[in-house]
Design a protein around this ligand. Structure first.
Ligand code: SF4
Length: 458
């Protein structure tokens, strides 16, 4: 007889919609996934079940739940549907992977869950597992902050008891026990591949992988990888996942690393695997940091069939870069890097709209700079992706929101509404200018992420 108890790891996704109704939009990590899945919860399970105690006592189930793609994750009918799925196997604990797009619905759901089954333990992890929620929501039993693998496994090994575990925070009566950030997995190969271990089966077209984990930068708006360490998967591990993708006839892989070119050894390792793989139809989307690009890197990058290559410029305004804790732009180096990258693909350039200490004139200058570069490169640049600034909790800019008079949407994706150098009207005017620019310029505007939230504001 199976005496194991069920633990559900849940990630709620909001579908993509042409005319979104709320700023929760953005729930698909990868817009090419027809069925979204959480790699985060898959890693948690893959790591936890290595433990004999966990394996003996618990069945961990992954639930990736999505709405109908019309921006209705917060509708009561979806909440009820999610609720019945989450409770159907009578779990003793439910862990939610939180992001800006699902935190509001998650907080509604946990209240309902505790009303129906008060004894279920509720665990929150991910980007929006904030200590303040532990104080505000008595329904939450545990918050996991930072990387979750070690903390989650240890919590299960200790049978969900409220004891001191690094990375686990909880309340005893009204006393907050703050476990801080969890320990990181130093050798990320110690986390079994959720793909080759059959923990998740991606659809045929697309999957996400990581070659490395972490980022050494600390951009002001970003709260990714607070630990600031960079770790790499081994050649063996990367090869296994690539062979898995080929065997399943996957067509496209999104590499979710901060950038794939921080380290030439990793690049060499990866390009070698691709070069010596059996014939396949794989293409890859990934990010590059322009500062590291040279002929040597290009030699390896050319071996990797590219689908979409994104290089972050953000702005050419030095003051705004400084405010955002980004290194100063080296224009000759940037131009040369784009020229080199353009020799094997049509890179997209990322630009941010609404940075504090940027302004409409400087923003236009950034666009004109890329337009001019594109002309000089014989239109080899694939286009520009403009993102409306998002200021995430625990980021440097969030901590300085009073200094820069930063106002963002309170629900959903924290898109900028105004700050010290941008008011609502200026954002609205620049958004119209951008749309006009995209019709006239030879430089393609591939998208204006979050732009519709500007249009909506009246
Ligand atoms: S925005 Fe990218 S480069 Fe900057 S800290 Fe975040 S992950 Fe790193």
């Amino acid at each position: 007889m199976n005496n194991k108890r069920n633990v559900n790891l849940v990630c709620l996704f909001k579908g993509l919609s042409v005319s979104p109704s709320t700023t929760e939009l953005g729930g698909y990590v990868d817009v090419m996934l027809s069925e979204p899945y959480s790699l985060a919860t898959a890693y948690l399970k893959a790591y936890a079940i290595k433990s004999n105690i966990v394996e003996k006592n618990y069945n961990i189930h992954l639930l990736n739940l999505k709405d109908d793609g019309k921006g209705t994750i917060d509708l009561v009918s979806y909440q009820n549907e999610f609720l019945s799925k989450i409770l159907s196997n009578n779990p003793i604990a439910i862990g939610f992977s939180t992001y800006c797009w699902n935190i509001d619905t998650t907080l509604i759901l946990i209240k309902k869950i505790k009303k129906i089954r008060p004894n279920i333990k509720i665990i929150l992890g991910g980007k929006y597992a904030l200590l303040e929620y532990l104080l505000r929501y008595p329904e939450i039993d545990f918050i996991i902050r930072g990387e979750g693998e070690i903390a989650f496994k240890t919590l299960l090994e200790n049978h969900l008891n409220k004891i001191n575990i690094k990375g686990i925070s909880f309340k005893i009566q009204n006393r907050l026990i703050d476990g801080g950030e969890g320990d990181i997995v130093k050798d990320i190969d110690d986390i079994p591949s959720p793909f080759t271990e059959n923990i998740i089966i991606p659809n045929q077209y697309n999957m996400m992988i990581e070659l490395s984990r972490g980022c050494l930068n600390n951009c002001g708006y970003c709260n990714w990888n607070s630990n600031k360490s960079l770790r790499y998967h081994s050649k063996k591990r990367i090869k296994e996942e690539i062979m898995y993708a080929i065997s399943r006839k996957v067509k496209h892989i999104t590499i979710i690393d901060s950038a794939i070119n921080y380290n030439i050894i990793l690049l060499n390792r990866f390009s070698n695997i691709i070069k010596h793989s059996p014939k396949n139809q794989l293409t890859f989307s990934y990010n590059l940091r322009y500062e590291h690009i040279d002929d040597n890197q290009i030699k390896y990058l050319k071996e990797i069939p590219s689908f979409q290559v994104l290089v972050g410029l953000e702005t050419i305004n030095h003051k705004a870069l400084n405010t955002s804790n980004r290194s100063q732009l080296n224009i000759p180096l940037f131009e040369n890097s784009i020229r080199l990258i353009s020799s094997y693909c049509s890179p997209l350039i990322g630009i941010i709209l609404g940075l504090p200490n940027d302004n409409p004139n400087e923003f236009k200058k950034t666009l004109h700079f890329v337009e001019n570069l594109n002309k000089r490169l014989n239109h080899k640049i694939g286009g520009v992706l403009v993102s409306l600034l998002q200021v995430f909790p625990n980021s440097l800019l969030f901590a300085q929101r009073d200094k820069y008079k930063i106002k963002t949407h309170k629900k959903g994706v924290p898109y900028i509404i105004s700050n010290i150098t941008w008011n609502r009207n200026q954002l609205r005017l620049i958004y119209s200018w951008l749309k006009n620019f995209s019709q006239k310029s030879s430089l393609k505007i591939k998208g204006i992420e979050g732009g519709w939230t500007i249009e909506k504001r009246r």
